[in-house]
Design a protein around this ligand. Structure first.
Ligand code: CA
Length: 239
């Protein structure tokens, strides 16, 4: 199963839990040792499927995710998690150092991207910055204005009124809400909600947004779903 089993070190009440998904034993050992020494509780998985399973079944504050993994790539893992509305912070590790790969990683919803080889001190600094930005586990209920999404009960309400959303609409709305204020391109949306990179001329995202708007925005004066012409969509209450 896992290369090192589920290794748990230095358990204290307020410990942050980090999942490392990395198939190179040397790198995984090095990260495990370093993070444990700095007081984190660390689990490791050595292939993509185990990593996704752990990320879904346990509660972590952050995932350090290798891109090239046996079984399932880091990119597929983050797509799955983000598609399910899981907003846990992710730092990608990759030997690939091209702008395209970095942008792709960030578009898929990663919080940071570190190119191998890297210094442990740099990883640690980035982990701490991200954890400071996300002081709590992902909330069970996300809100913007009078719109709220209950991720556990899979319910959406606006102004206290339940919205009848399909599974895809819920996924789309949770993506927009998780990244509220941030413009998402059609490509980023289609990758995360449908798991496919649609041709840029497809209108599947636009059609889905139109349906979502009918339910979320049409009955209300304040419109939350904004179109950024030529770019994509953003959920924003200031407009
Ligand atoms: Ca690898």
């Amino acid at each position: 199963m896992f290369a090192f089993g589920s290794q748990i070190g230095n358990i204290r009440d307020n410990d942050m839990r980090i999942l490392i998904v990395e198939d190179e034993k040397k790198t995984a050992d090095y990260l495990h040792k370093g993070l444990t020494e700095h007081g984190f509780t660390v689990d490791t998985a050595s292939d993509g499927e185990d990593g996704l399973h752990l990320a879904r079944s346990e509660e972590y504050d952050l995932i350090v995710l290798d891109v090239m993994l046996p079984g399932m790539s880091g990119w597929s893992i983050i797509k799955e998690l983000r598609g399910e509305g899981v907003g846990i912070p992710v730092i990608f590790l990759s030997a690939k150092d091209t702008v395209h790969d970095r942008v792709h990683g960030l578009e898929l919803g990663a919080d940071d991207y570190l190119v191998k080889p890297f210094a442990f001190s740099e990883l640690l600094a980035r982990v701490r910055i991200i954890l400071r930005r996300h002081p709590l586990q992902q909330p069970e209920v996300m809100r913007i204005g009078d719109l709220e999404l209950d991720l556990v009960r899979h319910r959406a309400r606006r102004g206290g009124v339940s919205l009848d959303l399909t599974a895809k609409e819920f996924q789309l709305l949770s993506l927009l809400l998780r990244r509220k204020g941030e413009v998402l391109t059609r490509t980023a949306i289609s990758e995360q909600v449908w798991g496919i990179n649609f041709d840029s001329d497809t209108n599947i995202v636009d059609v889905a947004i139109r349906r979502l708007r009918k339910k979320v925005d049409d009955p209300c004066q304040q419109k939350l779903i904004q179109t950024i012409r030529g770019v994509g969509y953003v959920l924003d209450e200031s407009a």
